[in-house]
Design a protein around this ligand. Structure first.
Ligand code: PLP
Length: 361
């Protein structure tokens, strides 16, 4: 007779209470929900990749240290020589490694809200306490609230996305530096949207021993390859390296990324186009009635309408997929987030949105 196994007695209660991260189906849709780069690689680069892809030694494990790839990344991203570099299967994996490493009994991971949801999710995965300090209504940092939360909870780690997702804004650098100085633990600045922001905290690494900078190639155009990175002092990274699974970056990712990095200008030009389109989209959203649009330093734009869920559904019926943030946080009441796509996609989105908004009068 088989035993009556009960997952509820085996699985941790925090896990039982979780909902799996939901990715909506997007087949055939104009996909403006996930901050992907909408542009393909130029054909010449595609054929360069196709040319060697067949020869990649997929029967062998990848280089566990990704030595060549790291050298290319250091050059392409101007990573300071004095800092170490750790690679992850996306930056999501790096967040997880940092949480696992800092999850001493009663340790707290602190972030702001609304922020990237994985900060809170991963704190739960790692059995850490989570504290989310609300942003101000203009989505800026509430420095007083943050400093007092730091005093009260003594977080092991603070995560701040710069620019922030889902709000799109850059936080005040002086406020960030005050937080770094006030906290007893480490501060990870998540620069996933760096390519669209034109600023970075990376030059502060030398000065602040508890600062780490995280980057990813996902938003820059390589989301499918999954490559994130952490930049910081060897004292920290040598500890995190112990928790990194040895072959977390596949051979395909290592080879293809290196090739693409030799043509970094291609990705940077695409990012430039996205920035120009962002300005265009922002201006057009700004001109629409019954809509509040928030400034963005990322490759997406947050805006507020009177009836977010209805508009989201109507766009979906027109085969346009964006992100509905209504109900996810009090500050995001009736908010929608649209990723900047190609000019054609953006035009279709703006025309559909305009049509839906005018129906309502
Ligand atoms: C998209 C995103 C990431 C995740 O990036 P991956 O490298 O694809 O895992 C990390 N942080 C923020 C703030 C993001 O928006």
């Amino acid at each position: 007779m088989t035993q009556p196994y009960n997952p509820a007695e085996i699985i941790r209660p925090e896990v039982l209470a979780l909902k799996a991260y939901h990715v909506p189906p997007a087949t055939g849709m104009i996909k403006l929900d996930a901050m992907e780069n909408p542009y393909a690689l130029p054909l010449s680069l595609q054929s360069e990749i196709a040319g060697f892809a067949g020869n990649v030694p997929i029967n062998r494990y990848p280089d566990p240290n990704a030595t060549d790839l790291k050298a290319s990344l250091r050059k392409a991203l101007a990573i300071p020589d004095t800092m170490d570099l750790m690679l992850g299967n996306g930056s999501d994996e790096i967040i997880q490694i940092i949480a696992m490493a800092t999850a001493r009994p009663n340790a707290v991971l602190l972030s702001v809200e609304p922020a990237f949801v994985m900060f809170r999710m991963i704190a739960i995965f790692a059995n850490m306490g989570y504290v989310g300090v609300p942003l101000k209504t203009d989505f800026s940092l509430d420095l007083d609230a943050l400093l007092s939360a730091i005093k009260q909870h003594k977080p092991a780690v603070i995560f701040l996305a710069y620019p922030n997702n889902p709000t799109g804004n850059l936080f005040d650098e002086k406020a960030i530096l005050q937080i770094i100085q006030a906290t007893p633990g480490i501060v990870v600045i998540d620069e996933a949207y760096h390519a669209f922001a034109g600023t970075s905290i990376i030059d502060k690494l030398e000065q602040y021993p508890n600062l780490l900078v995280m980057r990813t190639l996902s938003k820059l155009g390589l989301a499918g390859l999954r490559l994130g990175m952490l930049i910081g002092r060897p004292e920290w990274l040598s500890e995190f390296e112990k928790l990194r699974l040895p072959y977390n970056v596949s051979v395909m990712t290592q080879f293809i990324t290196q090739t693409v990095l030799h043509h970094m200008d291609v990705l940077l030009k695409q990012a430039e186009q996205i920035r120009a389109e962002r300005a265009n989209m922002y201006a057009q959203l700004k001109s629409m009635d019954a809509l509040e649009v928030f400034p963005s330093d990322a490759n997406f734009i947050l805006f507020r309408v009177n009836n977010a869920s209805e508009i989201f559904q109507k766009l979906k019926q027109k085969m346009i997929l964006i992100k509905n943030l209504d109900g996810t946080h009090a500050l995001l009441d009736n908010c929608l987030r649209v990723t900047v796509g190609t000019p054609k996609e953006n035009t279709q989105f703006l025309a559909s949105l305009h049509a839906i908004l005018s129906e309502k009068v």
